[in-house]
Design a protein around this ligand. Sequence first.
Ligand SMILES: *Cc1c(COP(=O)(O)O)cnc(C)c1O
Length: 411
Amino acid sequence: MSTNKPVHAAMDQFQCAGAELVVGGVPLGRLVQRVGSTPFYAYDRALLTARVAELRAHLPQAVRLHFSVKANPMAAVVQHMAGLVDGLDVASAGELKTALDTGFDPAHISFAGPGKTAAELSRAIAAGVTINVESDHEIEQVARLADAAGIAPRVVVRVNPDFELKGSGMRMGGGAKPFGIDCEAVPASLARLDALGIALHGFHIFSGSQSLKADAIAECHAKSFELALRLAGHARQAVPAFYFGAGLGIPYFPGEQRLDLAPIGANLHDWMARMAREMPGTRVSLESGRYLVGEAGVYVARVLDRKVSRGQVFLVTDGGLHHHLAASGNFGQVIRKNYPVAIGNRMDAGERESVTVTGPLCTPLDVLAERMELARAEVGDLVVVFQSGAYGLSASPTAFLGHPMPQEVLV
Ligand SMILES: *Cc1c(COP(=O)(O)O)cnc(C)c1O
């Protein structure tokens, strides 16, 4: 099989065989036949494995790596990741079930997220997973439910820090937030836990998502460690666990570069040396979702129509925002930009043209690529959207317009 590299920088995770993109070792045409229908998501198992290894190579040995299931909750993906990481983070009872089904040790599954219901908390307590409490009300609920069940809960206090991850796509800490307990209120919450007879299992500080600025991430990590040390001073006993995470992003748009892990890793080596002195015995875990799975996935749709409207070529496909909201630009983007897209069965084409790729939905929002230079495509060709392994299908309005669900395969 002769291989060559695709042209776009953000596609360089994948090889080609002649005109065809190769996913998980399978040329695209054959993969389409195997899946049986378009559109679908395909995740490359080897790329997932390689990405975890790459991140670990930069982390101090003592930093444990946790996969955030919400980035890609497909059961087979979570099962694969479970074999590679030290913990799983979930954000709903549904994700909790997926995580438990992998056979993972419940002690290393943590459940975060605002507004957990009594039913969810009760399931988490029974499962024996770590519960990241996000408010004093939640502390009271956990105490009551745990007491009724006669089970000692594992409670981690999620902290809303007094700093932000600068320049990140989505901020989840700093200022007024629905996530976690404001750091200045944490000492009072610790006293409340004490009064309720609940042992503190640890602190959790997660500040934001999708940053490509290594310095900003390292600074945010440093501030998170500082805050953890400060808060540990208010705890009555040694703190068994510290969960942190911020921001490891992936490049989506033209001009964006892959994150430089070296300064992030170096900073963590310094901090772990300090932690060994000042918080010995505390297990430190880094949470990451998008970075681990985002680049390993593609979304594949078939061209149903090729039409020209007032000089502009449109490729109308069977896939769209109902399956891939993020690629349409409607999931947290301020200005719409194109995800990396290619014609997956014409990777070696010489003839290129400017096209707009749409889905089948009757809304102008249903755009997968706008005025993009792609290989000249015909009806039946395959449009591939890269960087689709995270926040794809599960972050999309699949019921909108009543089209069938796409398949997902791990290859
Ligand atoms: C969403 C989330 C993550 C994962 O964020 P990524 O940007 O995908 O790495 C980790 N921890 C918590 C608490 C989250 O809410």
